[in-house]
Ligand binder design. Structure first.
Ligand SMILES: [Zn+2]
Length: 84
């Protein structure tokens, strides 16, 4: 007996395209410290996902949320593989 497989793709909300590329933004953020004139800093690397078709930008968290919304539409057995 064949198993039914349903595969759903995350699609761009603006244009429906399903392919994205990853772009990076690099920055240094300075924070003041209590009782001191010195600053501490942390480097940041942000990953932005860009729609290959219309150029809409989104974060990985937004994509994960879209996949969670898709998951919620299906009746499934939760095996605890909390990967989405
Ligand atoms: Zn798009």
């Amino acid at each position: 007996m064949a198993k039914d497989i349903i595969k759903e793709y995350f699609a761009c909300k603006s244009c429906g395209n399903m392919q994205f590329r990853k772009e990076y933004v690099f920055s240094i953020e300075f924070h003041s410290v209590n009782f001191s004139d010195d600053l501490i800093y942390g480097r940041e690397r942000e990953e932005i996902y860009v729609c290959n078709c219309c150029g809409a930008e989104m974060s990985y968290e937004q994509i994960r949320q879209g996949l969670r919304d898709t998951k919620a539409k299906h009746k499934y057995i939760d095996k605890g593989n909390n990967d989405v």
